[in-house]
Design a protein. Structure first.
Length: 338
């Protein structure tokens, strides 16, 4: 059981501000904006079944995927909350074709940070009342403060992240984040509208018994992934493992971090570069995983060392308990040699 704490997220952010090497108060205000937006999105998610906000909009996003009504709403909520605080100079969203230059306020161009966000991960699950989430990634800009934000501010390696995290909207609503000094989780008390520290110093078990992958695509997987799945299913002293796949990255990752497991979204014959987005999903989750003692690769290479070349770049994704990811990499390397 996690230790009970009465420390709020706001108090925690202030207390830990000195842990951040660029501590000026801006990052704290930025995280507070995410906290506020997540509470608004949580309210909308919780009333999705009784309000006219479920189902498809009838349009597609830049990836050619049909947008859900809540995708659009969550995107608007986070962009509005982040833009009004005068702490970010630019925002890139999975739901938008291009990055947004924040011009709100007289000091907008002086802001040091950019945010990349997946406003509602797993949104197709909303219609069937399954957990969904928000994923965010924060970088210090590389262009000169006082000038307009540029594409190079967003196309940074994951190792340059200043902070990253996710919100899971499930049986309880949680914010989990890192600024490079471990991973901490905060649960929303809906009666007070306040997030409290509920999961301090979160860690992946070094190994686990859960593998999370859409086995319906088995025939399209690389041989190394097929071989690893067979390994997971084999009757051995510590196996077979249990297959658990929700179809919402945030939910699968969150479960595996607590219980131990591996999440895999590999390349397929139809999607040779994988399907998950490097900047909006993989980099922030990789930062969290490594800070929690886990590992995250594309099957061969550390996710956070991949050089981004475009905003909506996709990569294969292997993430979870350290020993399990290493074993999957062994199977990938062996298959590549044959």
């Amino acid at each position: 059981m996690p230790e009970q704490s009465f420390q709020t997220l706001g108090e925690f952010i202030i207390d830990k501000q000195e842990d951040f090497m660029y501590s000026t108060g801006e990052l704290s205000r930025l995280l507070s904006a995410i906290r506020l937006a997540s509470k608004v999105v949580n309210r909308e998610v919780n009333k999705a079944g009784i309000a006219n906000i479920i189902g498809k909009v009838g349009s597609e996003n830049i990836q050619g995927e049909e947008q859900q009504k809540l995708d659009v709403l969550a995107n608007e909520i986070f962009i509005e909350a982040l833009s009004q605080r005068e702490v970010v100079c630019g925002i890139a969203s999975e739901e938008s074709d291009d990055y947004i230059e924040v011009k709100c306020g007289s000091n907008a161009h002086l802001s040091k940070y950019v945010v990349l966000i997946d406003p509602l991960d797993g949104s197709s699950n909303i219609d069937v009342n399954v957990s969904v989430g928000t994923i965010f990634s924060i970088y210090r800009r590389v262009t000169e403060p006082g000038t307009p934000v540029g594409i190079e501010d967003f196309l940074q390696k994951g190792v340059n992240q200043a902070a990253a995290g996710y919100v899971v909207y499930g049986s309880s609503t949680m914010i989990v984040y890192t600024t490079g000094n471990g991973v901490n989780g905060f649960t929303l008390d809906p009666s007070l509208g306040t997030f409290y520290l509920s999961h301090p110093n979160m860690h992946f078990p070094k190994t686990g018994k859960i593998y999370s992958i859409n086995e319906g695509n088995y025939i399209k997987f690389p041989q190394g992934v097929k071989n690893y799945i067979k390994y997971c299913q084999r009757e051995e002293e510590d196996r077979p493992y249990t297959s658990r796949y929700i179809g919402s990255l945030v939910s699968d990752f969150h479960r595996n971090m607590i219980k131990g497991g591996i999440y895999i979204y590999p390349s397929t014959s139809q999607s040779p570069n994988g399907k998950l987005r490097l900047l909006y999903e993989c980099n922030p989750m990789a930062f969290l995983a490594e800070q929690a003692g886990g590992k995250c690769t594309n099957g061969f290479e550390r996710i956070m060392e991949i050089e981004p070349t475009e905003l909506h770049q996709r990569v294969p994704f292997f993430c979870g308990s350290y020993d399990m990811v290493e074993k999957a990499e062994e199977f990938m390397a062996a298959a590549a040699e044959n």
